[in-house]
Every structure is written in structure tokens, then in C-alpha cells.
Design a protein. Sequence first.
Length: 388
Amino acid sequence: MIPLSYEQPTLAWLVAVQFALYAAGWWLCAAFAREERPATGHWGAAMALCTGAVCAIALRGETRAWLPDVGSDLLLLAAFVALRRGMERFLRLPPADREHLAILLGAGIALAVLGPEAMSDRWRNALLYAAATWVLARAGLMLWRELRSTYEHPVAALLAAVPLLFAVLFVGLLAAQASAVAWPAEAAVVGLAPAIADIAGAAAFNLSLFALLVYRLVCRIREESHQDELTGLANRRRIDCLLPVEWQRLQRGGAEFGLLRVDIDHFGDLNQRHGRSTGDRMLSELAQRLRYTAREIDLVARTGGGEFLVMTPQTCLDGARTAAERLRNAVNAMPFTAGGNPVTLSVSIGVAVAKHSDLDLADVFERAAAALKRAKASGRNRVCLEDA
């Protein structure tokens, strides 16, 4: 919000209603998006503080008073601090509370010393502009630094530009004060100009913050839709997204990759004997063992029941066999108890490698499935390779 005066109090009350609606909207977001409540709660508080600041401005009259002339400035500065602290919480950064407190205490003491007298107007404005410039510039730079690792650079620049543009605006206001040029709202600006400035500024801020929130929620939904609910591994949907990409890379001359079909031996019997809850715990612990044992670049996914798929990029047949044996041995060494009794777990693994001569990704799946079937038929707890 830009600290303007209003020719008509009615305009101020209308702007205050707008800020109050923004505050209600953010607090509604906090009620539904609980994981983002620390951020959206701060942004709602910032809009509520702006509401209070505009209401205080609406009370200005011929007689100087502390609340309209001093309180409005302090409320506005507190709103900017709340906005920045909300950004810190959104980005999962430790809040710079000492800095925030120092700004608010310093500004509060200075405003109290200056008082509401007319001769202090320029000094109060200069103090507010300087403090707001600092808070908003720091917020914009923080956004740019953190978002450029998550967003494409143009998007990060666009979202970080809003607080930075306001910081530049306040620098201009500060320069106008220093050069003894009256701010137009105190000279000749009439009509709707102050209200339009505040409405546009509030819309820019809130839309940019809302874009951040929506982007994060969409990413979270996409991630959860590609994740197995029980084990936390990738699911079939994620496999269907990533494997074609790896296949296209192979067709363009990229490295071969392995597909490992993994199946828990006698999983149905174990599940029936010890109960579903024990079976779920078994799946979860075994999934974590597979993920821990696989390389960081490997994709480990659960495809259903006690079946898993491991994709090993940049792997020849010998490398895929080594990876499969490593996974099998890790499961064999995995401690697991059911009803207080130790249970020995094992897996059978079928291995196939996608080669440059392959014409269809489905053929690679079929070869891996056939190899798994042979591993099951030949006694389980073993690795079988695709037919040469």
C-alpha cells in the first residue's frame, strides 16, 4: 500500500473494505491449506494492518491526533513487516525476527518523538519511506534468491519484481521529500487517484502471493498423484511419465537403461498369515530398503501388491544384474518381525535392458516380466536375466 491521503473519507473506507476482504481471503486460505497456514496467516495479518492504517487515515481532520497521523504510519510499516515475515515462512526460511523487531521498535520510538504535529510531517514520511524501502527491497531480493532455484527465471523475476518495484517507488518518495517536493497527495491530487493507487498496489501484491501459493499447491498435488500412498515410492503414473522420456533419450543415442521387475516371494501367504497391517508394514519397510540401496539416479516404484519396478539409467546388462543382486541381498539382510517372531523376506528379480536395437519399450517390459517369471519358477530369491 502507498501512504496517500484521501480527499474524501468515503474513498478511504472503500479501500479499507478492499483490504479487509483480502485479509478474510488469506485467513480462509489458512483454514483450508493448513501446511501453508504460517505464511497465509501472516499475509492475512498484513492486510488487516493495512485495513487499520486506511481506517486511521480516514479519521484525519483539521486537528492533529496520534492515531490518524502517527498510528497509521506505524500500522502500515507493521503490515510490510508482516508481508515479509509471511514470505520467510512460505519459503521455509528462519524469520529475521531481530531485524523485524528492530525496525518496528526504532520506527515506533522515532514516530513517538516526532509526534503528530504538522511540522513533523516530512520527517515522519521520510522515516516511513526509508523503512518501507528497506523491508520491501530485502523481501524482493529474498524472493529472487530462493525462487530462481524452483521457478524458471522469468517467473521468479516477475514474482520478485512486485516488492522490488514498491521499494523503488518508496525511494522516489524519499527523494521527493529530501528535495522539498511535496508529495502530490499533499498538494493537488484529488478525486480517485489515491484510492486507485492503493487498490492497484494491493492487487499486485496479493496476486503475486496468490500465484506463489497456487504454484506450490499444484506441485504438491502433482507430486502426490505420482506417489504411492503406502510406501512413498513412485507409482505407476510416475513411471508412465518418466520411462517414455528415458526411452526417447535412448532413441536419440543416449545410454542404455535397465528395468528390474521385483516381486516379494510368498507375499500373499505372508499377508494372509500375519494380517494386512503387518503386510502394509512389511511393504513400507521393504520399500525404504530398496530406495536406500538403489542409486540416487535410479527410479524405484511400486507397481501394485508386492511388486516393484526399478529403472537404472546408464546401465548395461552386467550393471543391471549387479544392481539387482545388491537389492536382493539387501532384502535378505533386512530384519523384520511379525507377532514378535522373526520373518525372513526375499525377492525375485527379473532383469532386462533397453538397447538401441529395441523397437518398442513394451518389449523391454515383457522381457523383464519373462525373466521374473523364470526366477519365480526356479526357486525364488534369485535374479534372472532376459534371454540373450
